[in-house]
Design a protein around this ligand. Structure first.
Ligand code: CTP
Ligand code: MG
Length: 350
């Protein structure tokens, strides 16, 4: 009887996996969307060069880490022009926001909103879709946010180690959290970046055998100097030789995405000890204990590079209660509606 049950569960999760892939495929960005966004990036980079000669405008976040859905926002980071000796000259992000914001307003048809006084000064720009350019552009430009470029590269490297499983899981979580309104840091829930870290923690540290290796714990191929691994005092090392990893990292874990997704929801509804533990990807076991100083929030997820920084600091008590309730609902829907998997997925994302 147990064997029959296992077989039917396997069949169920295989079908769920296919349904998830079919569900995602029409909402992934098209080639054309990538082209238009890249053209926009270049246009803005040219303007940034007028304000700070030699400036670069680099994409980070979902447009650069492999976890983009159709019409996602663009996150851009402006690296200001270098001095003759290669160093970064002193700058004021607020002044740059004012100046570049002004120039973009004069020379393009974007709506521009400079936020020079924000904790992290940024320029918000947007443009509604038109007949010729049927894509809404909505973009945040920040300055010298090099840690975000590095954590984007970390996520991209993970995405490339096991693309089918990690990417599918994260993309599904993103759609689901957006549709269920669980993805708004400004109103007490968690950012996409936070959910992505939850998925990475789950695949690296919870699943046995692990689906992913801990890239921050694989030793480098050669000894690296302090300058090479330190950025503003943060250790940003991770093993980034993806070509080698793809040849040598063979996960013993054979679970499909459907199975992993159900297990993810189950784990975060029942097993994870929110009141005691801090998720910390960089550590050996992936967990630290809460204390009464740094780690006191409801949900604690340490940034992979910025130690002591809680990525989930936006999550309120109510927010976490809602999120956990949604994890439970998801686990229930995905395990009980075994006869109509596609319908269950649609209901899940209502
Ligand atoms: N980021 C960060 N620290 C945070 C939140 C975000 O460093 N607390 C940086 C990360 O580099 C992340 C990027 O900002 O990749 C974008 O974050 P977010 O918008 O949450 O993720 P996306 O993958 O861009 O998701 P979406 O498509 O929903 O915009
Ligand atoms: Mg984003």
């Amino acid at each position: 009887a147990a064997a029959t049950q296992n077989l039917s569960y396997e069949r169920h999760t295989a079908e769920l996996t296919n349904c998830i892939i079919a569900f995602l495929s029409p909402i992934l960005p098209t080639e054309e969307e990538y082209r238009i966004k890249e053209a926009t990036r270049r246009q803005l980079e040219r303007l940034a060069g007028k304000v700070s000669p030699g400036a670069k405008l680099l994409a980070f976040g979902s447009m650069a880490n492999g976890f983009a859905l159709r019409n996602s926002d663009m996150d851009l980071c402006c690296l200001i022009g270098k001095a003759a000796d290669g160093s970064t000259p002193p700058f004021s992000a607020s002044a740059l926001v004012e100046e570049l914001g002004q120039l973009i307003r004069e020379e393009t048809d974007f709506n521009v909103m400079p936020l020079p006084k924000a904790r992290i000064p940024i320029i918000k720009i947007s443009r509604p879709p038109t007949a010729e350019l049927p894509y809404e552009i909505s973009c945040d430009i920040g300055f010298e946010n090099r840690l975000a470029l590095e954590n984007t590269r970390l996520l991209l490297s993970y995405a490339m180690v096991d693309p089918p499983r990690l990417r599918t899981l994260v993309l599904f979580l993103k759609v689901w959290t957006k549709r269920r309104k669980l993805n708004s840091p400004y109103t007490g829930t968690l950012s996409s970046y936070g959910y992505t870290l939850l998925a990475l923690f789950f695949l690296t540290h919870v699943k046995r055998p692990a689906v992913l290796p801990n890239l921050q714990r694989i030793p480098p191929a050669r000894t690296l100097s302090q300058e090479e691994v330190l950025l503003n005092g943060h250790n940003i090392y991770f093993y980034d030789d993806v070509a080698t990893l793809r040849q040598e990292w063979a996960s013993q874990n054979t679970e499909n995405v459907g199975e992993l997704l159900i297990d993810f929801f189950r784990y975060f509804s029942k097993e994870f000890t929110y009141s005691r533990d801090v998720i910390s990807l960089r550590t050996e076991g992936g967990l630290m204990s809460k204390d009464n100083e740094t780690w006191t929030a409801e949900l604690c997820i340490e940034d992979p590079f910025q130690l002591g920084y809680n990525v989930s600091r936006t999550v309120t008590k109510d927010g976490l209660y809602t999120i956990r309730g949604e994890f439970m609902r998801a686990a229930r829907i995905l395990t009980s509606k075994a006869d109509h998997v596609a319908r269950a997925l649609a209901e899940l994302c209502e």
